[in-house]
Design a binder for this molecule. Structure first.
Ligand code: NAD
Length: 356
């Protein structure tokens, strides 16, 4: 039976970049990959069609699908809507609905784009890190929380860092499995010298390592990880960490690459189903102009093929094609250096398809 991919273009540049990623997937389909597409709106587009940013129509398609490919949501025309109706709520709702607890954010710096980074080219050129961040637990969700008046009559803010063993195990499995598909090196980031929650985290990661003996596991305190990411980022392969540390470290790692139009992401649940989307937003300033860089979305489609369709070979085929078009000198405006010829969103899509 065909694997079903829900296609959610969203708003702004979403439809343009998703069109190119879909064309790339159609090349694989023509070559025998057994996939089918179902289209649905999300965000502002869904509000316009159904009066809700994540309507039942879209819910049904996404729940049935094996994977979801999303562009981006949001546009200034929706900024005055009531909060529950705003496009960004659609994104939070779909993540919750599909129970997407594992966020995978690669930070890859293609040698041709080394000048886009603020770090020295020799430090970052060829960088290829995958950050696996737990997305539904930790201090962002732990109870008790809130601001109240304490016994001394002073206002006090409280948040609670909390992880259960099963929550740590399920993100650990995702990270070890991802490391097995890469260079078999996993760094677990914690603050076990101070925080008991992460002492448990460290203990469970060590225990899980027995199920993945081919993966080399090391542990690093989060403060050191932040330093090492800037000092010698190429020492990392896969990094696994909790929600708050991952929030910060994944943004730090992505900025090592310097170019927002190149960064894919995946959010997975326990069955391997995932939502795949570029890390950037809907770029309303360039929407509808065929100027956007589609590569982050095309690379998100490659992640979809790898993690939800389990087809490493086809995923590599897309990633290699992206590397090749950069080598050939194709650049959209956001990644072009002075004097380089600039191609449109659809021309970049054409170039990737030719390179495949
Ligand atoms: P943004 O990422 O949309 O844009 C920031 C800058 O980067 C803009 O100058 C934009 O033109 C540029 N840019 C982004 N993606 C690009 C691409 N693929 N190619 C070329 N240039 C690109 O962030 P923003 O301006 O803060 O937000 C715009 C809208 O996007 C808002 O409504 C926001 O809520 C929404 N947003 C959505 C998501 C999401 O859907 N996951 C994430 C972030 C922001």
């Amino acid at each position: 039976m065909s694997k079903v991919i829900a296609i959610l273009p969203g708003d702004g540049i979403g439809p343009e970049i998703v069109r190119e990623a879909r064309r790339v997937l159609e090349v694989l389909q023509k070559d025998g990959l057994d996939i089918a597409f179902e289209d649905a709106p999300l965000g502002g587009a869904a509000y316009d069609a159904y009066g809700s940013p994540y309507p039942e129509f879209t819910q049904n398609i996404c729940r049935r699908a094996d994977a979801v490919l999303l562009g981006a949501v949001g546009s200034p025309q929706y900024d005055n809507l009531d909060r529950p109706l705003r496009p960004e709520r659609g994104l939070l709702a779909i993540r919750k609905d599909l129970n997407l607890f594992a966020n995978l954010r690669p930070a890859v710096l293609y040698p041709e784009l080394a000048n886009a980074s603020t770090l020295k080219p020799e430090v970052v050129s060829g960088l290829d890190i995958l950050i696996v961040r737990e997305l539904t637990g930790d201090i962002y969700f732990g109870q008790p929380r809130g601001i109240s008046v304490n016994e001394n009559g002073e206002r006090e803010g409280i948040n609670t860092m909390r992880y259960t063993e099963s929550e740590i195990r399920r993100i650990g499995h995702i990270a070890f499995a991802a490391a097995q598909k890469r260079n078999k090196k996993l760094t677990s980031v914690d603050k076990a010298n101070v925080l008991e929650t992460t002492e448990l985290w460290k203990e469970i990661m060590t225990d899980l390592n027995r199920e993945y003996p081919d993966v080399t596991l090391n542990h690093m305190y989060v403060d050191n990880a932040a330093m090492q990411l800037v000092k010698n980022p190429k020492q990392f392969d896969v990094v696994v960490t909790g929600n708050i540390f991952g929030d910060i470290l994944s943004d730090q790692a992505s900025m090592l690459t310097g170019s927002i139009g190149m960064l894919p992401s995946a959010s997975l649940n326990e069955t391997g189903k995932g939502l795949y989307e570029p890390s950037h937003g809907s770029a309303p300033d360039i929407a509808g102009q065929n100027k956007a860089n589609p590569l982050a979305t095309i690379l998100s489609a490659a992640m979809l093929v790898r993690y939800s369709l389990n087809n490493e070979q086809a995923a590599c085929r897309i990633e290699k094609a992206v590397g090749k078009v950069l080598q050939q000198g194709y650049r959209t405006a956001d990644i072009a250096e002075k004097g380089m010829k600039i191609v449109s969103c659809s021309e970049m899509g054409d170039a990737v398809i030719n390179a495949m």
